[in-house]
Design a binder for this molecule. Structure first.
Ligand SMILES: *Cc1c(COP(=O)(O)O)cnc(C)c1O
Length: 431
């Protein structure tokens, strides 16, 4: 395979765009390669500008659960575009989209549309603060909630006290208001509640993580969080930007059996267009302007093209018979194939999967349950695996700390090809 056109394109892009990309993970930096410039995509496949075709497990980092260029989604966008791209006034599509989300996720009484996952979590946090009259938020190490200042915080070396920013540009004041705890470690959250009585506005987490690779919450952990939030009158926010409509029709909260106070969405609800949303309990949502005092707005929020793409996608997920069952079957087939490869080649690794979200961790450990476990992974080995996979026609996320996504368009043949490519890559890595 030659990637010459992408190499030239990246060199040119770097002259005009910071780092050559509009979002850092696209740069392939953590696997030490040259990003591929994509020309087009269809179903489970993407094609780069050199004409190489790949089975795609990135799916635009989550949104493309139906596969690329689903004819109904394309038609919805085209038909809506012909009626006008944006009005800055209410449309019927917005109410229809809200109804569809409420139908699929019953914890949502009322929902506000925004333009990205980042905006959704930022706004949900402001709302939780406005509702409780408190300042502090608890997040978990390794969870990603977009690039808001409040969420770009890590715990300072081992101290589960006040966070320090992990990017320049975030003020000490902001960092001071963000506390970090450890995923799947309820005691780390209990301590923060004890130390900050009546000061914690919200606890936010990925109810199944994807942004440090796939990690599944333990039952006692997630139930404990719900209880702690109830006891302390703290708003529990499930950041379902990735898991929403991905892991099941009713999102992660459905499979976990836990009702959050607020949920944030993104990715799939836009069907590939820029959309985010946050919603939840009526009493909390009623605090939002124009009804209540908490301000949040957006010129392009509820944009007709984005609503049309998202609504069409959600309806297909809701109405296609056995949609999630079928997706589970092909995802399970992939997991089984990858696991067989590991067993056969006596290759150490851990596969975590929930529905169509999965991560193959290159680790000597027996399980991966927290950021500490994730940090034990061999990222150099992953980088080699990534490159070999690419050369074998498989497009994975260019980082160990990510989830892969199976779409409804992935056929048995695609899965078969992926398992074979993975076998060849692992065999080569064994040497
Ligand atoms: C992708 C993601 C975000 C950020 O969404 P953007 O649309 O990239 O701003 C927030 N939270 C989670 C869990 C995500 O996966």
């Amino acid at each position: 395979m030659t990637y010459q056109k992408s190499i030239t394109a990246f060199a040119e892009a770097q002259k005009h765009i910071p780092g050559g990309v509009n979002s850092p993970v696209r740069s392939f930096r953590s696997v030490g390669g040259n990003p591929l410039f994509i020309a087009s995509a269809k179903g489970s496949k993407i094609t780069d500008i050199d004409g190489n075709e790949f089975v795609d497990y990135v799916g635009s980092w989550g949104p493309m659960i139906l596969g690329h260029t689903h004819p109904k989604v394309v038609a919805a966008i085209q038909e809506t575009a012909a009626l006008g791209a944006s009005f800055g006034a209410p449309t019927l599509l917005e109410t229809e989209a809200a109804l569809q989300i409420k139908k699929m996720v019953p914890s949502v009484d009322s929902v506000r549309m925004v333009n990205s996952g980042t905006e959704a979590t930022m706004s949900a946090l402001r709302l939780a603060r406005g509702y409780t009259g408190r300042d502090l938020v608890i997040k978990f190490e390794g969870c990603y909630h977009g690039h808001n200042d409040s969420f770009l915080i890590e715990a300072g070396s081992g101290a589960l006290t006040f966070g320090v920013p992990n990017t320049p540009g975030v003020t000490k004041g902001t960092a001071h208001d963000t506390l970090t705890a450890k995923y799947n470690d309820l005691a780390s959250v209990e301590r923060l509640f004890e130390q900050n009585k009546d000061k914690i506005a919200a606890v936010i987490l990925e109810p199944v993580t994807g942004n440090m690779g796939v990690i599944i919450p333990e039952k006692s952990f997630i139930e404990g969080l719900r209880k702690l939030c109830d006891e302390n009158k703290t708003v529990l926010i499930f950041d379902e930007v990735m898991t929403g409509f991905r892991v099941s029709k009713g999102s992660a909260q459905e499979i976990l059996g836990i009702t959050p106070d607020l949920s944030t969405f993104g990715k799939i609800i836009g069907g590939g267009l820029p959309v985010g949303a946050y919603g939840g309990k009526q009493e909390i949502m009623d605090m939002l302007a124009p009804k209540g005092p908490v301000y949040q707005a957006g010129t392009l929020s509820g944009n007709p093209l984005a609503m049309a793409a998202g609504l069409t996608t959600l309806r297909l997920l809701d109405e296609t018979p056995n949609f999630y069952e079928d997706l589970e079957k092909s995802s399970a087939l992939l997991e089984e194939g990858l696991q067989n490869n590991l067993n056969e080649l006596k290759f150490k690794g851990v596969i975590n999967r929930v529905g169509s979200m999965f991560t193959l961790f290159f680790t000597e450990e027996d399980s991966v349950k927290s950021l500490a476990d994730v940090n034990k992974c061999d990222t150099k080995l992953f980088a080699q695996y990534f490159k070999l996979s690419l050369d074998n026609g498989i497009y994975l996320a260019p980082s160990q700390y990510e989830a892969g996504f199976v779409s409804a368009a992935h056929s048995k043949e695609d899965i078969q090809k992926t398992v074979e490519a993975s076998y060849m890559a692992l065999k080569q890595l064994k040497g």
